[in-house]
Design a protein around this ligand. Structure first.
Ligand SMILES: N[C@@H](CCC(=O)N[C@@H](CS)C(=O)NCC(=O)O)C(=O)O
Length: 210
């Protein structure tokens, strides 16, 4: 694998991937795509991902270009390729995939919708915000209970933790207080103390969601 590039912005879904690449010690170029400025709809980005969303990983494989959008697909590809952060087989692999799917299909989308109604929507809707905040609360409770007697979501530190971390880091977007979920709060501090996580969360350098 050569010439690895990550098209990303200062967003939780993007930072899942920059964290994994930092954890794996990969040499990669960051290609900033400012989604608040609409750069995800520029032809060069749409040519890589017709959905117009980041993250997108691009690399060379035996002379051919490989392009992979979708944070979950990218995490699975690179964890499997490196044989790290995802058990190879058995119950441990199933369990890791199960928690990864909860994070990909519930925590991320629910938090994103709560953010829409707490900060981004041009009009206020208390019922829409309450609905999405309740969905996130249920996700947080599940994770908090899970973390009561173990340090990570599925056995060892894995891509399930990596996928969850950037969304928990912006818990304030949901208007929930992370301190009300003490096990999740502890997990957040422990995962955030990993140097690779701090490096991944700082990318793209100087980018903000504005
Ligand atoms: N399921 C996708 C979601 C990606 C996604 O929603 N990315 C956001 C940033 S976090 C984006 O590109 N938004 C711009 C847009 O939708 O126009 C993934 O996990 O990669």
């Amino acid at each position: 694998m050569e010439d690895l590039a990550l098209h990303m912005w200062a967003t939780p879904n993007s930072r899942r991937v920059s964290i994994l690449f930092e954890e794996l010690g990969l040499d990669f170029d960051v290609r900033p795509v400012d989604i608040r400025a609409g750069q995800q709809f520029e032809p060069a980005v749409l040519a890589l991902n017709p959905f117009g969303k980041v993250p997108i990983a691009v690399w060379q494989d035996q002379g051919a270009q490989r392009v992979l959008p979708e944070s979950g697909a990218i995490l699975l590809h690179f964890a499997e390729t490196a044989c790290r952060f995802l058990p190879a087989d058995g119950a441990a692999r199933d369990e890791t995939l199960m928690w990864l799917m909860i994070v990909l299909t519930a925590l991320g989308p629910h938090s994103s919708q709560a953010h829409h109604w707490s900060e981004l929507a041009p009009e206020r809707s208390e019922s829409a915000l309450a609905h999405h905040r309740d969905l996130v609360k249920r996700d947080y409770r599940l994770l908090d209970d899970r973390l009561e007697n173990q340090p990570y979501l599925a056995g060892d530190y894995s891509i399930a933790d990596i996928a969850a971390y950037p969304w928990i880091d912006v818990s304030h977007w949901t208007t929930l207080d992370i301190k009300d979920f003490p096990n999740l709060d502890t997990w957040h501090r422990n995962v955030g103390a990993r140097p690779a996580v701090a490096r991944g969360m700082a990318l793209p350098v100087g980018a903000t969601l504005g």
